[in-house]
Design a protein around this ligand. Structure first.
Ligand SMILES: Nc1ncnc2c1ncn2[C@@H]1O[C@H](COP(=O)(O)OP(=O)(O)O)[C@@H](O)[C@H]1O
Ligand SMILES: O=C(O)C1=C[C@@H](OP(=O)(O)O)[C@@H](O)[C@H](O)C1
Ligand SMILES: [Mg+2]
Length: 178
């Protein structure tokens, strides 16, 4: 990417790295490890939406619906990209919005890739991710098939996480940033 394609401001005025990828890719886990290693703060847009609304994402989907969540999520991404200077993990569906993909342009964006088997095993049968309720494996397959090209389109780097520990994934990202 050429300098004129970058967002306004100096490199130190934006997140060091933004993590994207499907549920179970390890974005939230790896963001915390990376920020510890780098000595910078970690931020997660799901946590921001939960703090803002005082509820869980699962409850928000039920009480206000997915579209309301997506609007709050888009605002959380905008705010974090403008304010946050550390490691930023996005919720898995944030990049589905065109405005969010556009806002990521010029940032260092790492797509944490994961295959169906590992992703389904990691998220298990828990109900904290409303989009995966029901048949987790089949919902995850639909989601991965639809979104993989979208994650690839916003990524400056792709890191495969299958069969790897979060520490190992964080190490690879550190080497990419060095
Ligand atoms: N590389 C990995 N290997 C095994 N388990 C992982 C890995 N990364 C994350 N996990 C586990 O998978 C679950 C989902 O991780 P999380 O960081 O919440 O993913 P995301 O934010 O991408 O949905 C958590 O229980 C986490 O401990
Ligand atoms: O993929 C999605 O659409 C979602 C992913 C979740 O975040 P993680 O990717 O961190 O699990 C959370 O934002 C919400 O349940 C919707
Ligand atoms: Mg997460």
């Amino acid at each position: 990417m050429s300098p004129e394609d970058r967002p306004e401001g100096r490199p130190e005025d934006r997140p060091l790295v933004v993590l994207v990828g499907p549920p179970g890719a390890g974005k939230s886990t790896v963001a915390a490890l990376l920020s510890d290693a780098l000595g910078v703060p970690s931020r997660d847009t799901d946590a921001d939406v939960e703090a803002l609304t005082g509820t869980t994402i699962a409850d928000l989907f039920v009480t206000e619906g997915e579209e309301r969540f997506r609007l709050l999520e888009a605002q959380a991404v905008r705010d974090a990209l403008a304010e946050h200077r550390g490691v930023l993990a996005l919720g898995g569906g944030a990049v589905v919005r065109e405005e969010t993909r556009a806002a990521l342009d010029g940032h260092v964006v790492v797509f944490l890739d994961v295959g169906l088997a590992d992703a389904a095993a990691r998220v298990g049968l828990g109900s904290s991710r409303p989009l995966l309720l029901g048949n987790v494996r089949s919902q995850m397959k639909t989601l991965l098939d639809a979104r993989r090209p979208v994650y690839e389109s916003v990524a400056t780097h792709v890191v495969l996480t299958d069969g790897r520990t979060p520490d190992d994934v964080a190490e690879e990202i550190l080497s990419l940033l060095a």
